[in-house]
Design a protein around this ligand. Sequence first.
Ligand SMILES: Cc1ncc(COP(=O)(O)O)c(C=O)c1O
Length: 551
Amino acid sequence: MESSLFSSLYRFRTAANSFLSQYEPLTLLVAPILSLLVALTVPSFLGLVHENGLKATLLGFIMGSVKLLPGVKKYIDAEKQKVVDKLQSSGKSKRNDWRTELPKAGLGVGTIDKLKDAKMNDVVWQGKCSGTVYIGGSESEGHFSLINEACSMFAHTNPLHLDVFQSIVRFEAEVVAMTAALLGSKEKSSGGQICGNMTSGGTESILLAVKSSRDYMKAKKGITRPEMIIPESAHSAYDKAAQYFNIKLWRVPVNNEFQADVKAIKRLINRSTILIVGSAPGFPHGIVDPIEACGSLTDFLARELGELVVSYGICFHVDLCLGGFVLPFARKLGYPIPPFDFSVGGVTSISVDVHKYGLAPKGTSVVLYRNHDIRKHQFVAVTEWSGGLYVSPTIAGSRPGGLIAGAWASMMSLGMEGYLENTREIMEASKKLQKEVKEIPELFIVGRPDMTIVAFGSHVLDIFEVNDIMSSKGWHLNALQRPNSIHICVTLQHVAVVGEFVKDLRDSVQIVKRNPGPVSGGLAPIYGAAGKMPDRVMVRELLVDFMDSSC
Ligand SMILES: Cc1ncc(COP(=O)(O)O)c(C=O)c1O
């Protein structure tokens, strides 16, 4: 038995040596090394193709190789720097007199004059900015001054110290409960367990909802390589969450109505999916995703995000950062608003910004969960710290109690009637604005806006050139891509200036029509080029370089 094994091995050795003797020793050395290299690179190449698509992967590879050529990288870097300089041309020169050290002697009350001077040099924002300032009127009167007073009364407080600042703990709980009540918590279908926390803004609310969903799904289903699926129109906070929390992100193109494409989302769901996302509405075009059935009964399942989630048992976050303090009131006022909140069975979490249409001070948002089981995964508890036992609900440790008091004051002072009246005003202003924009033949409205964000583009003009002319007239609008367009997010600041806005828009369109081409100092060429550049790595590098030299 043993001798037959040895003779077989001997025969195999002789045959192998005789076969290999036809090759050069160098070939025999290089071949296995090359095979090893291929074996190592192919899976990561396939991974990249899976993640970014074949075109982007090949392009990245080609661009990466081209940059290795002598002089090419230097040239590209110099061109990039030119774009970065242009992007911040207005900001950089002004920095020359910025302070970099403490004044030797403190300025005392004189500091207030310095603040006033600095404030006076800010550009005019009153009625001129898309979104940005949601409260109407000027900062020294009405609702503004009320919340300023509330903030300053509690500026010294911090809800981290539960035992000291009981008032703030109560304000936070009440802001959360009042917000939840607007979003279905009092309805039987909610399950009666809706809970949440205040955060610093929409981004933090989204980050926390994603983190909690990831950890909840790990505990529930053992998912260790999490993936989430978002529509292309969902806020970039999800990209941040994906990067911070190591989650694979699938970004799915929207459908012809610029809404989440439920069929496309469905195709990407797999055993690692922890979360899908819908917005009500999305930031770019102000359109509410199909959170629940919006089509005929026959394609009910295919078009209902909530239903998908129920059937796959995964988390579903609805981003109500913009809509949370408009849609519930708009519905009460009789506007046609599709379902968007916890009344939809599959919704597991919601983000809603009090500092936008809630008219609260900047730095206030709420993250809500269907139940405590999910929310528990948001908290961080530390048992082994020499600083003692520690538990914190949100990303920040210390938090500004003054802002919580400001949010509470905003909600209490406005009440249901105040929000209803504000909503009526901004909805009517947006409808008027939409109607007027539709009448400008060179422009088209993107999709059918559900709320107060109106996006428009042009088939005949460069819309970014129109934006540059609008900027020269003092307007600050948002430039969008896919399709190239701009939007205005209508707030109480705009109610009185819709006519002025439309007049300036008409004029700007005519100026570009008569004189097409970039205006000096304008950003149209950069926006245009960035949208068309196939090498997205380069665009990303540009953005990072811009940020790096801006702060
Ligand atoms: C729909 C939506 N979600 C999230 C955010 C992020 O909010 P924040 O800027 O407060 O972090 C925004 C901001 O505009 C938004 O419009």
